[in-house]
Write a new protein. Structure first.
Length: 349
């Protein structure tokens, strides 16, 4: 069925039903339509479907990869999905880190392009009134450190509170840590009650006046929080069973002219330019993480300078208009049977 023009969804849930429906619908769309030159998949999970349809109708096959979909630890998944990923004509990675992971799985380097996700920059153009936004969250006269995202273990929120935020709130007493997000509900690997663990940690450390779990919020509410906050934190852990493929929150923070303090993990260095749009520290170095946050909370000039640079970088390089241009370049080269303009680190300028 078509929910909107050009969008089709399987009539019933389940991976098997989806696979059958995708093959059937894809075949119907491709039959007799030579103007469709490429079959594109949004995850390594659908690489077999993309490859079968592309080869059956003599089209090109391209698949986008994000991180976890490359390393997911399941023998059947690796033998099926990653095996067919390697056969696709183009693999588009969301970061240099994800590209390197694909290379270790046997994807030919010349077939990989790196295109970072984009951000809807225009949504952040509304004039900001930080004081009013802070009042709306009951945080007037307080400095806000913000986290936005799923509360998966690898995000490191609980560890940040335990090992850094205690010191931060002692040195900068007006600070408040606002957490947006909840436990992943449809994750392949996350089963823990991370939100419950964070609540227990906050209670044990008596930080109820300094830490608030806000749960899942609307896009507009999150937008107001980006405008209200002083900086955004991404204290991601290094784990073996999950990865941070990019760090889209860092782009949203940048579009709101807010610097990011993050760990140097996965694809985050593609999202945060250390010393320019934010500060990166090594994972597990909570002393450095504390210092970086405290420095930005107590140095208005540096914080505002990093935020301004971050916003201009997103405007010029990572708005969706720019990202779409990169995809068009890849697809044109693919249609022409060329690797011109591509290398293992992404698109040449």
């Amino acid at each position: 069925m078509a929910d909107e023009a050009g969008v089709y969804r399987a009539p019933w849930p389940g991976l098997f039903v989806f696979a059958v429906y995708a093959l059937w619908r894809g075949a119907v769309l491709l039959a007799g339509r030579r103007q469709i030159r490429c079959v594109f998949g949004g995850s390594a999970m659908v690489a077999p479907l993309v490859f079968v349809l592309a080869r059956a109708f003599r089209r090109r096959a391209a698949v986008q990869i994000h991180g976890l979909d490359v390393i997911y630890r399941n023998v059947v998944y690796q033998q099926l999905c990653i095996r067919w990923l390697k056969a696709c004509d183009r693999v588009i990675a969301n970061s240099r880190y994800t590209a390197r992971m694909a290379e270790t799985k046997g994807v030919v380097t010349d077939r990989i392009a790196v295109i970072s996700p984009g951000v809807e920059f225009d949504r952040f153009d509304e004039p900001a009134d930080s004081a009013a936004d802070k009042r709306s969250w009951g945080a007037e006269d307080r400095q806000i450190v913000l986290y936005v995202g799923r509360l998966a273990r690898r995000k490191g929120v609980k560890e940040f509170i335990e090992n850094s935020f205690v010191e931060i709130q002692q040195i900068v007493p007006p600070v408040i840590f606002l957490i947006v997000g909840d436990n992943p509900t449809e994750s392949l690997v996350h089963r823990r009650d991370a939100a419950g663990e964070i609540k227990s940690t906050v209670a044990a450390l008596r930080l109820e006046n300094h830490v608030r779990l806000l749960g899942v919020l609307s896009d507009d509410e999150v937008m107001h929080l980006y405008r209200a906050c002083d900086l955004v934190i991404l204290p991601v852990l290094e784990t073996t069973d999950d990865v941070e493929g990019f760090g889209l929150v860092a782009l949203e923070a940048a579009a709101a002219a807010k610097p990011v303090v993050a760990t140097r993990v996965g694809g985050i260095p593609d999202a945060v330019e250390d010393g320019k749009s934010g500060t990166l520290v090594n994972p597990g170095d909570y002393a450095a993480l504390s210092r970086a946050v405290i420095e930005l909370l107590t140095d208005d000039e540096k914080r505002l300078s990093l935020g301004a640079y971050a916003r201009e970088r997103v405007r010029n390089e990572l708005s969706w208009n720019r990202v779409v241009e990169s995809y068009v370049t890849v697809f044109i080269a693919l249609d022409q049977g060329s690797n011109h303009g591509l290398n293992s680190r992404g698109l040449n300028s």
